[in-house]
Design a protein around this ligand. Sequence first.
Ligand SMILES: Nc1ncnc2c1ncn2[C@@H]1O[C@H](COP(=O)(O)OP(=O)(O)O)[C@@H](O)[C@H]1O
Ligand SMILES: [Mg+2]
Length: 263
Amino acid sequence: MATPAIEFRDVSLRYRLLAERGIVTLKEWVIRRLTTGMTYQELSALADVSFAVESGRTLGIIGHNGAGKSTLLRIAGGILAPTAGEAIIRGRIAPIIELGLGFEGELSGRENIFFNGALLGRSRNEMQERFDEIVDFSELGEFIEQPIRTYSTGMVARLAFAIATTVDAHILLLDEVLSVGDEQFRRKSKERIDSFRRAGVTILVVSHDLDAVEKMCDDAMWLEHGVIRRSGLAKEVVKAYRTSMDPGQAEPGVGGTVRLAGP
Ligand SMILES: Nc1ncnc2c1ncn2[C@@H]1O[C@H](COP(=O)(O)OP(=O)(O)O)[C@@H](O)[C@H]1O
Ligand SMILES: [Mg+2]
């Protein structure tokens, strides 16, 4: 196998949650921290996850809500550092497309294009050069001058997708972008993702749209409670996942019984 573009070696991520309730101000937080000592609860979002994505391949990540999919993508995008293990990313990453990430509500769409670019170390010049193309693809028109807080979720998603897919990148990270916006924009987005695949861009795509994962991805990974339940060719993993969700396919006689007690 060639050098992988993305490599996770026993990556774990634990979120720290404040166990105490009722803390509202920073001042109070500081006082409690100094006096009583704060207790934290830890939530394990990923546990010893290892995989590699060869350059130019598209990996679909599927699994139920809370499985750790977005967390994995944020680590790949350099937004979160793992609690343990190592994540190696080789190549220029496009901004992760995830609703509400990397945008400032009070700034206009125009300002956010530059803000978003700056977060990823793209120069103002580079963003300026791509500006018209981004606005054009996003179909926002004059709304580009309005604050983002006035946008619908579909509009935000369109802008996020347009920015991420217009800057030059070797690696594209997509979190649930196929399920927002209207049908026409989804089709346009899928076509653009296809053109990236043909150009050899490495893509990680999180989606609930199993048909799209089967069609768009070479490989798939099924996450469950922060661990890899199954990985392999997209078709096979999606099939196994579908089977697990279809009660008619479940193994009989496992667990309890169902009693139809009537009205
Ligand atoms: N910022 C956070 N702080 C604390 N817990 C979080 C945070 N983000 C996600 N979690 C928790 O981590 C787990 C994995 O979440 P996530 O990666 O968003 O899953 P998915 O994208 O598969 O729905 C969930 O239990 C979720 O509640
Ligand atoms: Mg998610």
